[in-house]
Design a protein around this ligand. Sequence first.
Ligand code: NAD
Ligand code: MG
Length: 335
Amino acid sequence: MEDDKKMTRRQVVTGLGATLAAAAVSPVLAGPPTNNHNNSMEAKISDPTTLHPKPPFRSQPQPWPGLQSKMDPVPDCGETSYKGSGRLQGRKALITGGDSGMGRAAAIAYAREGADVAINYYPSEEQDAQEVIALIKKEGRKAIAIPGDLRSENFCKSLVQKALAGLGGLDIIVNNAGRQQSINSIVDVTTEEFDSTMKTNIYAPFWIIREALPHLPPGSAIIGTTSEQAYDPSPDLYAYAQTKAATMNYVKSLAKQLGPKGIRVNGVAPGPIWTALQISGGAQPEKQQMFGSWTMLGRPGQPAELASIYVQLAAADASFASGQVYGSSGGVGQP
Ligand code: NAD
Ligand code: MG
């Protein structure tokens, strides 16, 4: 190993020679561009370790389900940064949990890519939701707000019907809403809490997909938000983590079932992302304050950093991607 790092005198001289040679021709290389390359379109590269806020964060518990507009720092869902390029022109999307976090980032990105978007959220999240509705409308796209509790089968059915009526059809469904409550011991997990987690994370996607399927044309995309928890569960997330394993699993079974109909089914598996879910009971207080410190980037992800994955999985040019789970977790976690 050490030997690899040592350079011989000959290598140093050769390297130097190459540098000098490059310097000699650099005036030519640095001259005015000879093609039509637009410098303003050049990719800007940024260091991901310094791109977004790092822990420690101030303690800021909120009652479930939390408002992200009251968080410090407010999660970045791409409000000022996401730029579309027509990848979802004319598409019609329903996104659950579209008021905040990953769902909000997906909603903003979808609208900027040319899609009409219906968002569902819990009624107490109206404030966050109205910001998203305004951002979608600003893009000149249809924005439909459908508040309601996903733990109700009847509501899930009416959600799909309202989205179909409001958008004039559906071809993207993002089952993103989720319930996560950190409870250290299984002894303290009430039947009501366990049931709420199962209803929100497992039953609601089932009810929504079953209701929507007869209306989805070939080329449609279904996306589920799973988690690194599906693969490496935390001890305090006994109920939640198993629902994320179930999400990963339904993505793969439905991809097989619906592939012949031309409908793709995929999942996104985030690592630790700075969202209202974490400060409204999703993580223990000490974990909230140091949230994301254990990733290789030394910080949590921001929802905006996953927006392009939701776009990619919905886009028509991802036509061979089905049954896949795309991760985004800062160098730790799976898949
Ligand atoms: P978030 O709190 O911003 O979004 C979750 C949303 O779920 C809420 O805004 C709410 O609208 C919705 N919701 C929950 N229960 C509901 C109910 N009964 N009825 C209607 N809506 C309900 O947090 P987020 O982190 O963006 O969560 C989005 C998804 O990402 C969830 O599925 C979550 O499990 C998953 N996830 C989050 C992380 C993370 O670290 N934040 C990591 C992996 C996976
Ligand atoms: Mg919310």
